[in-house]
Design a protein around this ligand. Structure first.
Ligand SMILES: Cc1ncc(COP(=O)(O)O)c(C=O)c1O
Length: 393
């Protein structure tokens, strides 16, 4: 096969058909949303919201759920409820979405940015232990791509040093560590329902916790500082309107009912891709630690040695794979590469693994690809194989 058969050079692509559409909905969402539309309430006081909060929290082995407007807000409000503020340090991984750090900055604290594990891309527990100082109040492990971070070691450090743990579970609906669902492992957790997520309502978020006091505080903070037992205009603390609408909750009730089945499908597909892509020289899927009893595969991430594919930069590889009809992207830049984050953060160590992942290795395939059939997944494998073959040995 010569270079010119690659789609990026004008050749025939491996695939022209689209992958399954996401977000996905059926009559369940329509029924739930119509109920809200016709019967109301559309926001505060809605039974749908209360039911969704209870169902989502209990599914995640947590006692309380507080819905809100986004995953970013869920993290910010959790930090405020935990009492994190000025003068405090919060340890975050360098390889994450911006909101993990902006939530800390908005709460008035300082993000302490640490490196990741090179095999999972999750926060390195060793780096966390090293970064703890007298000012540290909280650790935010991000369950990247839907793979739980090493909660054994993170909770051990937290306990030893008297720190709070806020799980960033924005990508990890339904994921488990040793049979326990994320959202119940730390003191609090934040999930996102942005349209790309495994559970989607366009926008939206939820906080989960097992602590009644924290739940009540969070509920007040997202409701303009109200106390539910008092009147609408009797605000008892400073707060914001971060309330979810009943339409979002209605959609999410239907999405939650479908979550396990779709996550299982994603997992079967990921296992298949792991096996097939490993056979291609220059491709290494991320590792799934044995304690991970359920991965939600919000993303399917592979480590690619793009030089073996004849490319000098990862972006070229991504473009070539896209041209073959495979949705993929280059993923995050390190948090530290954004000056407006770096200037408000501490970066106590080199971020070598993050830089390597970001600059050279990580290629992200979105979760809806994993909802395809075997033949769809074979197109993914064939596209990688085609690019590799074009480069020669
Ligand atoms: C790891 C992580 N944290 C936080 C967020 C923020 O969620 P949202 O976009 O709902 O604000 C996202 C999602 O975008 C995310 O992927």
């Amino acid at each position: 096969m010569d270079m010119f058969s690659l789609a990026i050079h004008g050749g025939e692509p491996v695939r022209r058909r689209p992958f399954p559409r996401w977000p996905f909905s059926d009559d369940e969402e329509v029924r739930e949303v119509l109920e809200v539309l016709r019967e109301g309430p559309w926001s505060a006081g809605s039974q749908k919201i209360r039911l969704f909060e209870e169902e989502f929290a209990s599914f995640h082995h947590a006692r309380y759920g507080v819905s809100c407007t986004s995953g970013s807000v869920a993290l910010f409000v959790s930090l405020k409820a935990l009492g994190v503020g000025s003068g405090d340090e919060v340890i975050v991984p360098a390889y994450t979405f911006l909101a993990t750090a902006t939530a800390v900055i908005d709460a008035g604290a300082t993000p302490v940015i640490v490196d990741i594990d090179p095999t999972t891309y999750n926060i390195s527990p060793e780096a966390v232990a090293k970064a703890v100082t007298d000012k540290t109040r909280c650790i935010i492990p991000v369950h990247l791509a839907g793979c739980p971070a090493d909660m054994d070691k993170i909770l051990e450090t937290a306990e030893k040093r008297g720190l709070r743990v806020l799980e960033d579970a924005a990508q990890a609906h339904g994921a488990e560590w040793r049979g326990r669902r994320v959202g119940s492992l730390g003191n609090m957790a934040g999930f996102s329902f942005y349209q790309s997520k495994n559970m989607a309502s366009g926008e939206g978020g939820i906080i989960t916790t097992n602590d009644e006091t924290l739940a009540e505080l969070a509920r007040s903070l997202v409701n303009v500082g109200r106390d539910v037992k008092r009147g609408w205009y009797e605000h008892v603390r400073y707060g914001w309107n971060f309330r979810m609408t009943a339409f979002q909750a209605a959609i999410l009730r239907a999405q939650l009912r479908r979550l396990s089945e779709l996550n299982m499908r994603r997992t079967r597909s990921a296992d298949f891709l792991d096996e097939r892509l490993r056979e291609i020289d220059g491709v290494e899927p991320l590792e799934k630690p044995p304690q991970v009893t359920a991965h939600s595969y919000h993303l399917y991430i592979v480590r690619v040695d793009v030089k073996k594919f004849g490319f000098s930069a990862k972006e070229e590889f991504v473009k070539a794979l896209n041209a073959e009809g495979i949705p993929c992207n280059a993923g995050y830049r390190p948090l530290s590469s954004y000056w407006f984050i770096a200037e408000k953060s501490h970066i106590p160590m080199p971020l070598k693994n993050t830089e390597k992942a970001s600059q050279y290795e990580a290629v992200w395939i979105p979760q809806y690809v994993l909802l395809g059939e075997r033949e769809d997944l074979m197109d993914v494998v064939d596209a990688f194989a085609k690019l590799r073959k074009a480069a020669g040995s």
